[in-house]
Design a protein around this ligand. Sequence first.
Ligand code: NAD
Length: 364
Amino acid sequence: MGKIRVGIIGVGNCFAGLVQGIEYYRLNPDKKIIGIMHEKIGDYSIFDIEFTSAFDVSENKIGKSLDEAIYQSPNCVDWIQKIPKNNAIVIEAPVLDGVGVYVEKTIKPVKQTKSDEELKKNIVKEIINTRTEMLVNYLPVGSENAVRYWAEIALEANVGIINCMPVFIASGKKWAEEYEKKHLPVIGDDVKGQVGATILNRVLAKLCDDRGTAIDEMYQINIGGNTDFANMLERSRLVSKKISKTEAVQSQFRDRLNDDKIYVGPSDFLPFLGNTKICYINMKGKMFADTPFEIECKLTVDDKANSAGIVIDAVRCVKLALDRKIGGVLTSPSAYLMKHPPIQYDDTKAKEFMEKFIAGEIER
Ligand SMILES: NC(=O)c1ccc[n+]([C@@H]2O[C@H](COP(=O)([O-])OP(=O)(O)OC[C@H]3O[C@@H](n4cnc5c(N)ncnc54)[C@H](O)[C@@H]3O)[C@@H](O)[C@H]2O)c1
């Protein structure tokens, strides 16, 4: 079996966590790998993933080799102090709407000197020359135009794509059709963490629904201290993030809550929290004889550890699809691994379908 050749769009904290996590297990071969679905998916282990190309806009990262770039500010994952040399050099990407007002000073986007055409030619050439076979999109929330740009690039360079953030590619009809036509696999949209706010909230919502209670109102608020949370202070960038997070929970109720009775979203930025995310969930409802009840729940978690294993599994699923010559949206992995897939299942069913996909019993 060959290696899995992966390109990265946005060398931020999520990617730094993913790559340092793989190194952590390489250095500790006796440890059980926690946070992935199986040690092997198909024939692929986490050590079969190779990062062959990378793209960013930050003057701190462009031109650096990947092993150096992941440690540059404002990245703050430091589980492993040094990772082995990786010869992929971070290539300049166009900024478009990637950098919001609250992160501009820390990201330090470069001033574009090449023409748009030249930049695009460079990017496609890099993907092809490095034999990258899929792209992982880690662009900041609110990068609607930048995501569309990269969705086009993947089509042009003939590679699969995993969309880790909430601009709707896998769940956007037009894009899904384009990838289907070109026979390129897609998983998306917006990573659902291993035990993150979304899955916890979905399980609680499903529990209340299955047990026949009536939920009157609920909120899920989230605070964190990294660039992702700083960026999300800009409310106008949050439109699709709020849709993605809210629908992930709403989809678990047989009767939707009224829009004014549910709040799910990022809520504040506390710089000293770094990659720690704190989530509060509160649900109020009624049970038998209209008796009121309330659930209050707090989750404290490293947001990057929460997403890394999920993306590792997504990478291996896209590779399986490439090996099996399956193109278009991989609906089962998307439902299991992502918040806003084209088809929402409850998480037990999504897991069942995901296992069937891995075993080759269903196409997608
Ligand atoms: N658990 C999780 O961490 C989780 C879960 C779901 C979704 N996500 C999403 O994943 C994405 C990545 O998260 P992160 O914590 O790594 O964010 P980050 O801010 O640490 O990294 C984003 C990177 O993208 C780069 N960038 C900005 N504009 C760009 C452009 N136009 N082209 C190329 N690169 C550009 C930045 O320089 C930075 O390196 C975010 O959208 C986040 O909301 C994360």
